[in-house]
Design a protein around this ligand. Structure first.
Ligand code: RP5
Length: 166
């Protein structure tokens, strides 16, 4: 199999266009950290062949991490993890009826042998940050961007810790 020198791109995959309002937070932080990414809609149940083709070729195409957002029975992250050896980060999307608990349990309860790193419900920004940590292990520029971002986050918190004392 042909290998790219540096698998430093992130694939953001979502089950439906309706997931984008949540997944755009992942896109935003990847842009801030200057990480290359590709955003696509691939559904495990509506476009299973597309999902299969994507997972089979993702590593060859230079992706290093897959971030997958899905809602409801949310089998997309688990299916991608079963088809690829790339790390898969799952983002449970909030749903109307069960408020995303369905998505969360579906993604987090992967059986032994097929791990998915599961974020909080709608936690797509953290998915982007975790993807950056993984890529940063072998891409110095990304590591330094992430370190800078973390320093700024710490700086943005006021030095004063005491809010009230009566
Ligand atoms: C899942 O079904 C998607 O990930 C989405 O969260 C949910 C609802 O999809 P739509 O009916 O809005 O397309 O596959």
């Amino acid at each position: 199999m042909k290998r790219n020198k540096l698998n430093n791109k992130v694939a953001i995959i979502m089950g439906s266009k309706s997931d984008y309002s949540v997944m755009k937070e992942c896109e935003k932080i990847l842009k801030t950290l200057k990480i290359k990414f590709q955003l696509s809609i691939v559904s495990a149940h509506r476009t299973p062949k597309r999902m299969f083709e994507f997972a089979e070729s993702a590593s060859e195409k230079g992706f290093g991490v897959i971030v997958a957002g899905a809602g409801g029975s949310a089998h997309l992250p688990g299916m991608l993890a079963s088809l690829s050896t790339l790390p898969v980060i799952g983002v449970p999307i909030e749903t109307k009826k069960l408020k995303g608990l369905d998505s969360l349990l579906s993604i987090v309860q992967m059986p032994r042998g097929c791990p998915v790193a599961t974020m909080a419900i709608n936690g797509s920004m953290n998915a982007g940050l975790l993807a950056a940590s993984i890529i940063g292990n072998f891409d110095k520029k990304i590591k330094s961007n992430l370190e800078k971002w973390k320093r700024l986050q710490t700086k943005s918190i006021k030095k004063k810790t005491l809010i009230k004392c009566q």
